[in-house]
Design a protein around this ligand. Structure first.
Ligand code: OOG
Ligand code: NI
Length: 384
């Protein structure tokens, strides 16, 4: 007899988040150090939702990869929220954040995945063809993974055993693969155009770029990271330290240099790639559209003295969301300017070589995704 009870998507996501963390810990040992630091700080604070709260970041190459990942994530109760245009910062990607959209979902497993898609339209013609050929040659999900995905879609869920297999196959999509998908000359040409392009196009799959535990006090964590000898970014992205934390503050340690094998006519040759790192985040109160425009203005003027810093004022001026009991809502999303800073902290000096910026194309992103992204403000407003 087979088990016909479906494992809940929130539970599958909890399994997925834990398995990704276990994998990343073996792939990027400094991430283990980060987990230990964050664990010791969070143990002294109340109100952090769960020990296991974290987000990941992945970068996809094609529209069909994005639509496939949207389907895989739907089985895990992860839904696309928001459109992030990184081209304004000169980066050839645009993104969304896959995340839970209900309070129960966040309580069971507060996992998010910042998901970027390469803007092939921003590449010069010759390189675009090279990239398209390399990307067309890869299949990022295994055959058993695809069969389970189709079964979940057909039947409306997966039982415990199928769920376990599906989580294994889903995690495998984001594993590091040492062997490149292109030869060294092609890799170097992609790298010369933009390191982000090389990172997305050159490999057999979309390896996870970083995994980010949520910490209760990011300033304390930053200091402990430095004490542990991790090479960290010099600035914390987002708002300054305040009495009432708002939105999101983030910092990262510098990317590792990893060896990669490139195919030659007679075998394999080794070279190095630098892309994967660890990040920490501290989350504060979600802002209303009015609060968000004030934040954006303060950020561009680099002056937060006008931003109220008590719950009473934030509430009275309609700048932040509070629930019926008066408790602040946590910001569950990301910030485009901070995201650009996180991307760039690991792209060394490429800005000078690539000053050209682009414009967003949300409709192309949504066409690739296969559905519109959800509006974060609608979700916050609906949950109070
Ligand atoms: C994503 C960078 C953005 C964040 O936390 O804002 C990001 C990437 O590097 O792929 O993860
Ligand atoms: Ni991140």
């Amino acid at each position: 007899m087979t088990d016909q009870t479906f494992r809940h998507p929130d539970q599958l996501r909890a399994d997925f988040s834990q398995a990704l963390s276990d994998m990343y810990r073996t792939e990027v040992p400094a991430y283990g150090t980060l987990i230990d630091i964050v664990g010791s700080i969070n143990a002294e604070h109340e109100g952090i939702r769960s020990d296991g709260e974290r987000h990941g970041a992945i970068r996809l190459g094609t529209a069909s990869e994005l639509s496939l990942i949207r389907r895989v994530f739907a089985v895990l109760g992860l839904h696309p929220v928001g459109y992030y245009d990184l081209s304004v910062a000169g980066l050839p990607v645009h993104s969304t954040a896959f995340r839970p959209i209900t309070t129960e979902g966040f309580n069971t497993s507060p996992f998010r995945m910042f998901t970027s898609l390469l803007r092939l339209d921003m590449l010069p013609d010759a390189l675009r063809e090279t990239a398209e050929t390399a990307l067309a040659a890869r299949q990022i999900i295994s055959d058993p993974g695809l069969q389970l995905l189709e079964k979940a879609e057909r039947e409306g869920g997966l039982n415990t055993k199928e769920g376990e297999q599906f989580v294994r196959e889903a995690v495998a999509i984001f594993a590091w693969r040492k062997r490149a998908n292109v030869d060294l000359t092609t890799y170097r040409a992609l790298l010369a155009e933009h390191p982000l392009i090389a990172d997305i196009v050159s490999f057999q799959g979309p390896h996870m770029n970083h995994l980010t535990p949520r910490v209760a006090d990011i300033d304390a964590a930053q200091k402990m990271m430095a004490d542990e000898g991790l090479e960290i970014k010099d600035t914390i992205e987002g708002p300054p330290r305040r009495n009432v934390p708002i939105l999101l503050r983030q910092t990262a340690f510098k990317a590792l240099t990893e060896s990669v094998e490139f195919k030659t006519e007679s075998g394999w040759e080794t070279a190095h790639h630098t892309a994967r790192f660890g990040e920490i985040e501290q989350r504060g109160t979600a802002l209303t559209p009015k609060g968000r425009s004030l934040y954006d203005r303060c950020l561009s003027e680099k002056d937060f003295s006008d931003f109220p810093d008590t719950d009473e004022e934030l509430k009275m001026q309609g700048l932040a969301y509070y629930d019926a009991l008066g408790k602040p809502l946590t910001y569950e999303d990301f910030l485009p300017v901070s995201a650009a800073g996180i991307f760039k902290s690991n792209l060394r000096d490429t800005e000078k070589a690539h000053p050209q910026t682009g414009t967003g194309n949300q409709s192309a992103f949504e066409a690739a995704l296969g559905r519109p992204v959800l509006d974060m403000f609608d979700l916050y407003a609906a949950s109070i």
